[in-house]
Design a protein around this ligand. Structure first.
Ligand code: B1M
Length: 218
């Protein structure tokens, strides 16, 4: 895989920061066309730039419209990354089924989309429930799809109680042992995962794949 050209890295970073979706998409496409690993676009540009945007929002240096514009630009880049990752080839045998979603109260979805893409590319069947997902919906779909993995994403600290509630519901109905439940997203860490009784925590999409493989023993 090729190194990311510096000039394009700088241009993509600036376009994302300013929320210029069309430009961000065009620069990301040029980077991918240059043979750069799509995951490098995520880890070297998308995550650090959006983290910086989030910090500026937190410190009142920018406001919600700018945050939304940067989010839209990020989504456009993520769509390209998904396209490029899946075009590189999907594993032909299925490793298992993962049901993913953003827990109740959380509407972020860029990071989860990347997790979904990498899990699919590595051979998991993924059912993505989207954002703001009720605990009961995770349970219902996990049962219906005979899932191996249930993945709960949360980017906001205010969404953490919903992660706990979701795991509690699986316990209450006596179905907890049927699934490996993993947690991730910016608001989560290993300590929290242990506290709520998750089977695992992954800090990023690539480690989510390794975690899921490990949990189902492949
Ligand atoms: Co919001 N937002 N946002 N936001 N936003 C954060 C999360 C925040 C940290 C910004 C900040 O203040 N520093 C902050 C939360 C603070 C807190 O924790 N309490 C925040 C806030 C406050 C809000 C609103 C409340 C703002 C408002 O309305 N006043 C609102 C939330 C509404 C709601 O959810 N109910 C809001 C809205 C939005 C937008 C819609 C404008 C937009 C989202 C667009 C979209 O997703 N379609 C947005 C954005 C873009 C962000 C930041 C800037 C960037 C998030 C992102 O996409 N990162 C974010 C700042 C930050 O996260 N530091 C912020 C890039 C992405 C690739 O990384 O999602 O972390 P990430 O995913 C990684 C890993 O975490 C991991 O893999 C991914 C790839 O490696 N991962 C998993 C993710 N899920 C996983 C699941 C797994 C395993 C790994 O297993 C299941």
């Amino acid at each position: 895989m090729a190194e990311m050209p510096e000039a394009l890295r700088t241009k993509l970073t600036a376009a994302l920061r300013q929320g210029l979706a069309g430009e961000a998409e065009a620069f990301a496409r040029q980077i991918l066309d240059a043979g750069v690993d799509p995951l490098d676009v995520v880890q070297e540009v998308l995550v650090p730039t959006l983290t910086k945007v989030g910090e500026r929002f937190q410190h009142f240096e920018i406001y919600l419209p700018e945050l939304m514009m940067a989010g839209n630009a990020g989504q456009r880049v993520t769509a390209l990354v998904e396209e490029a990752t899946l075009a590189a080839g999907k594993a032909s045998t299925s490793l298992g089924t993962a049901v993913l979603g953003q827990v109740k109260g959380d509407i972020h979805d860029i990071g989860r989309n990347i997790v979904r893409t990498l899990l699919s590319a590595h051979g998991f069947e993924v059912v993505d429930l989207g954002r703001d997902v009720a605990a009961s919906a995770f349970l219902e779909v996990a049962q219906k799809e005979k899932a191996d993995i249930v993945g709960l994403s949360a980017l906001m600290t205010t969404a953490l109680p919903a992660q706990r509630r979701t795991i509690s519901l699986f316990n209450e109905v006596g179905r907890r042992a049927d699934y490996k439940i993993i947690v991730g997203g910016g608001a989560v860490n290993q300590e929290w995962a242990d506290e709520i009784g998750a089977d695992g925590y992954a800090p990023d999409a690539a480690s989510a794949v390794e975690l899921c493989k490990g949990l189902i023993g492949v």
